[in-house]
Structures are given as structure tokens and as C-alpha cells.
Design a protein around this ligand. Structure first.
Ligand code: MN
Length: 235
């Protein structure tokens, strides 16, 4: 029997989703499969308070991040990118003028998930000895790294991101800035280790225009060094 996708969805609805496995469980009320999902936050919404308020996280996650996911799913529905992984969608759309909207929403979806994981209510301070040694080797000292991170954060003109990365060529840690939605995962030069969102929506409710205060507070109080170590370990 040859049933097309719509026919299958109708059949699935008749059977009841609980009797079916896999992607069909994600079928939404409109009858289409959910494509890319919004991951849960790795902590409670107010867990970063007072460095980042629950109010900021609420808007940033439930409006901005979710908005990118929803827009992406609309854009890829019925295209060859439907059903592909998020990283594949980012890479396939990067640098293509006719796929700019897909790239922007896919990259922003990925970047935000990486940002949430880069923050921890138990973060900040200095990392463990092994990572401090990598930072010393790459930046001169932890204080030099700290200065470079804050300079990069305030030096990104307009909206964008500041990334702590592993440079695949030199094997050293490095800081790079990307504008708007741009992300190191569209290329193959850097392994992202942690990221700071420097779009105004990330800090304006709590810090207004004081981006340096926001970046300083994140680095000193929330930076998830454990996540950096995990990402280094995987690279
Ligand atoms: Mn953001």
C-alpha cells in the first residue's frame, strides 16, 4: 500500500499518537510534523537572577529564541531542508543569498541554545587548573583573557556574539566576534566553547545600554567553565 505523507498523518491521527513511535509523536495541531524543536532551558527561568533577571530570560527565551524556531520551521516546511538537523540547515544555508532568512533563523536557534548552556548559576570565577593552563598558554594569563573578552564584547558594533573558541589550526583558544546571526559552526575553522549574546535584547531590561557591565557580570558570575571543558574534551 502506498500512502502519501498526508494520508499517513490522517491515519496516525485516527490511530492516536500514543500507538506510534518516532517523529509522528511530534505532529502538531495543524497536521504537520514539528521540525526543529526549542530545547528546554538548562536551569529555572529565574536561576540567573540577579545577574540576568527572570524577566530578561523569559522574554529572551520564550519570545526571541522561540520566535527564531517558529520562523525557521515555517521557512523550511515543504523544502528539501525539512527533516534535516539544525547544524545541517545552518551549513546548507550559510552564504546563500536566497536562503538568508533560513540561515538567520537557523543560526539564531543554534546560537541561543549554545548561549543558555554557556551560562550557569554555579558558573563564573576561574576554571579548573587544566583549563587555566590552556588559557594562560593562549592569552598570556587569565587576566589577559578577561580583558580581551570584555574588549571583544564592547567592540562588537551592533548586534552579534562573542565566542570563546578552539582554533583548529593553532590548537589555541581564541576569541572571535560574529555579527547578527553569524556563527562559527557555518565554517570549519573553530570549535565553539562558549558564547556571549551581545544583542541588546540579551541585557537591555537589566543593564540598559551598559554592555560592559553585562559582559563583566556574565564572565565573573555565570560563565559555565564546565561546559567549556566539556566542549574542549569533545573536540
Ligand atoms: Mn539573543
Amino acid at each position: 500500500m502506498n500512502i502519501d505523507r498526508r494520508g499517513f498523518l490522517v491515519a496516525a491521527a485516527a490511530l492516536g499518537a500514543t500507538s506510534l513511535s518516532g517523529g509522528i509523536l511530534a505532529a502538531n495541531a495543524a497536521g504537520g510534523a514539528s521540525l526543529i524543536e526549542l530545547p528546554k532551558l538548562p536551569w529555572e527561568q529565574s536561576a540567573l537572577d540577579p545577574v540576568i533577571s527572570g524577566n530578561t530570560v523569559g522574554f529572551h527565551y520564550a519570545k526571541h529564541h522561540k520566535g527564531y524556531v517558529d520562523a525557521l520551521n515555517k521557512l523550511i516546511a515543504g523544502t528539501p531542508l525539512e527533516g534535516r538537523s539544525l547544524v545541517e540547515i545552518v551549513r546548507e544555508s550559510a552564504g546563500k543569498a536566497d536562503k538568508a532568512a533560513i540561515f538567520n533563523n537557523a543560526a539564531q536557534t543554534w546560537n541561543h541554545t549554545f548561549y543558555w548552556n554557556s551560562l550557569s548559576p554555579k558558573g563564573g570565577g576561574k576554571p579548573g587548573a587544566e583549563l587555566v593552563s590552556r588559557i594562560d598558554d593562549s592569552f598570556g594569563s587569565f587576566d589577559d583573557f578577561r580583558r580581551a573578552f570584555l574588549t571583544a564584547s564592547t567592540g562588537q558594533f551592533g548586534s552579534g556574539w562573542v565566542w570563546l573558541v578552539l582554533d583548529k589550526g593553532s590548537k589555541k583558544l581564541s576569541l572571535i566576534k560574529t555579527g547578527n546571526a553569524d556563527t562559527p559552526i557555518s565554517g570549519d575553522m573553530h570549535v565553539p566553547l562558549a558564547v556571549l549574546d551581545v544583542w541588546e535584547h540579551a541585557y537591555y531590561l537589566d543593564y540598559q545600554n551598559r554592555r560592559l557591565d553585562y559582559a563583566t557580570a556574565i564572565l565573573d558570575k555565570l560563565m559555565n567553565w564546565r561546559y567549556v571543558e566539556d566542549n574542549l574534551g569533545k573536540s
